[in-house]
Design a protein around this ligand. Sequence first.
Ligand SMILES: [Zn+2]
Ligand SMILES: [Zn+2]
Length: 178
Amino acid sequence: MKLRIKDITPEGTELEFEHGEDFLEKFSPQPGGFWFRLAEPVHGSLSTTRTGLDITISGRIAGRVFLTCRRCLEEFPSEFSRDFYLDLLPEIEIRDRSGDIQLKKEELEQGYYQDDYLDLDQILLEQIVLSITENPLCREDCPGLCPICGANRNLRECQCSQAGLSAHPFAVLKKYKV
Ligand SMILES: [Zn+2]
Ligand SMILES: [Zn+2]
């Protein structure tokens, strides 16, 4: 959804949203292009106000996703929520005030908008991505996969650790009886 800058008033525009996988797919080059998938639509609300050229956006998003544990590679459900507040200025303003745009941006930690429209979908996507960890663990002490036999050590204990990691890598084959 895009808002015309001119239409944003000091009183603000309130909007509620609910977005499913199709919303994410618009931004992803291929299906499943993100490191999570939605267990339910992302929902929330946001309010956009403008005073002169200065736009502020505040909102809240929440949802449930499926993440893949980086140690045991199992998928698990996870909830997230995030409150956010953004202050945006038109890029052209900064260019007029200062020759050194890059430095200015870093100093201010300021967001910017370009042109006559504000792309709320892009802003929401950024907030969704920021709320979801890129290093998921199904639990803090997940023991992960056995590096020797590949067993998920959450599910069963293998004998490899007793044999020691220095054991011949093919030692495991002895276990298979033909
Ligand atoms: Zn895990
Ligand atoms: Zn093992």
